[in-house]
Design a protein around this ligand. Structure first.
Ligand SMILES: NC(=O)C1=CN([C@@H]2O[C@H](COP(=O)(O)OP(=O)(O)OC[C@H]3O[C@@H](n4cnc5c(N)ncnc54)[C@H](O)[C@@H]3O)[C@@H](O)[C@H]2O)C=CC1
Ligand SMILES: O=C(O)CCC(=O)C(=O)O
Length: 413
């Protein structure tokens, strides 16, 4: 349990992995100046050390926030994932520690879709091989094995934000889009949903993967799925490195069963630009390898910086958990002129009654109350219109902290 009730100048922010400076600007504009900015990811032990006094941490896809890190991060109130994926964060551990996690669910969607579209065209034209040959003094002008995108079948696995954006762009090129998703989806344009992954793999000239990393998507594309793909077809993975069995893909590219591939994400990725990258796909000229840059455009990174920093500031200033990925969502009006108690607790009966009793005993008048719960955690925000002094607020917080099941409590001034 941690009791947090801090002025802004005592709030520590740690931004990792070269989060865009637009995030720093948002924090500074809102009065948060204690910002530690690190260009790389940190390993678990380093992170456990660095995070001890941190209230807000910002990461991208490489930093692993494990139960050990959360146990070390006793002051941590919230995590900002400056990206879409949140698989690098143990969301349950965060919730158990009362740490709210935010992300940017669609600020880099377009960037990923554009990269994939470019790769489809490049691979259908066998440009990676021709490019490699030309760099070696070769001149491969043959049209053999080179195709237009028009009329080809694009099979999208995972028709969420990125998959559906790609679908629209690919149709502009005249591609026929089919997709497989575990959910029934709103079908955009002329796309068609098919009912099994196998059906999609057998029909498509190009398969592009846009699923999140989950237990169900781990090694989703292995030997038998690759074997089911059409001879001469193409595989693109800009989702997560654990979705494709990379050794099987390497075999299929070497044998020519697959004509080409573009891979942006890998089972093991370097933690910084200075670390060496190793992959069984290296040296295969029919495979485009990119260093997890699907979302790495100026536009996307700047927007993500503003969006996620804005969510962290909003939570810090106001208590709002709107669009949190692991927490009951509470959307709140501003609390000018009143103090606000934020209380995160295990979801057990009678919590609210106990908090209200402590306030009533202290003659504290409540002007607004907002409660959301999920199966495990409850989050209540209470606006107080009685002018309470620092000592009285501390006394109240101490009593509230003693309520069994309290995970975290703080007062906003
Ligand atoms: N390479 C890069 O730089 C980037 C990679 N990503 C990755 O792309 C993933 C997808 O992003 P969004 O489209 O925004 O996510 P999203 O959540 O909008 O869509 C994911 C879709 O996959 C579907 N799905 C889940 N499990 C499935 C399964 N087993 N089989 C078929 N469909 C399944 C879901 O129902 C959903 O429609 C992210 O989770 C992230 O890991 C995202 C941004 C940048
Ligand atoms: O750009 C990044 O750091 C990660 C992009 C990504 O994979 C995501 O948004 O999920």
């Amino acid at each position: 349990m941690s009791l947090v009730s801090l002025a802004k100048d005592r709030i520590q922010i740690l931004l990792l992995e070269g989060v865009h400076e637009s995030a720093v600007e948002v924090f500074r504009q809102r009065g948060y100046d204690n910002i530690d900015f690190v260009k790389t990811a940190l390993d678990e032990d380093e992170l456990c050390e660095r995070i001890k006094d941190v209230h807000f941490v910002g990461i991208r896809s490489r930093t692993q926030l494990t139960p050990k890190v959360f146990a070390a991060a006793q002051k941590l109130a919230a995590v900002g994932c400056f990206c879409i994926g949140t698989n690098q964060v143990d969301l349950q551990a965060a919730r158990r520690h009362g740490v709210v996690v935010f992300n940017a669910p669609f600020s880099n969607t377009r960037s990923v879709a554009e990269l994939v579209l470019a790769e489809i065209i490049m691979l259908l034209r066998r440009i990676p091989e021709k490019n490699a040959a030309a760099h070696q003094g070769g001149w491969d002008k043959a049209a053999k094995g080179s195709y237009e995108a028009r009329g080809k079948v694009l099979g999208i696995v995972g028709y969420g934000h990125i998959g559906s954006q790609l679908s629209i762009l690919a149709e502009q090129l005249g591609m026929q889009v089919r997709f497989y998703d575990v959910e029934n989806k709103l079908v955009l344009g002329n796309a068609m949903q098919v009912h099994s992954l196998d059906e999609l793999l057998r029909q498509a000239d190009v398969i592009s993967l846009h699923v999140p990393e989950t237990a169900q998507t781990q090694w989703l594309i292995g030997a038998s799925q690759i074997a089911a793909m059409k001879p001469g077809s193409i595989l693109i993975n800009a989702s997560r490195g654990t979705v494709v069995v990379i050794d099987e893909l390497a075999k299929a590219l070497k044998s020519g069963h697959l004509a080409g591939a573009a891979i942006d994400v890998f089972p093991v990725e370097p933690g910084s630009n200075n670390e060496r990258f190793e992959s069984p796909l290296q040296g295969l000229n029919n495979c485009i390898l990119t260093p997890h840059v699907g979302g790495s455009t100026q536009e996307a990174q700047e927007n993500i910086g503003i969006e996620v920093a804005g969510k962290l500031v909003h939570y810090s200033d106001n208590g709002s958990t709107l669009s949190a990925v692991n927490f009951p969502e509470v959307s709140l009006p501003t609390h000018a002129g009143s103090r606000r108690l934020l209380h995160i607790h295990e979801n057990r009966p009678g919590m609210l009654t106990r908090i209200n009793q402590i306030m009533a005993d202290d003659n504290i008048n409540v002007s607004g109350q907002y409660l959301q719960t999920d199966s495990e955690v409850g989050y209540v925000v209470i606006d107080i219109d009685t002018p309470i002094e620092g000592n009285q607020a501390d006394r109240m917080l101490t009593k509230i902290r003693e309520i069994p099941g309290t995970i975290r409590a703080r007062v906003l001034y």
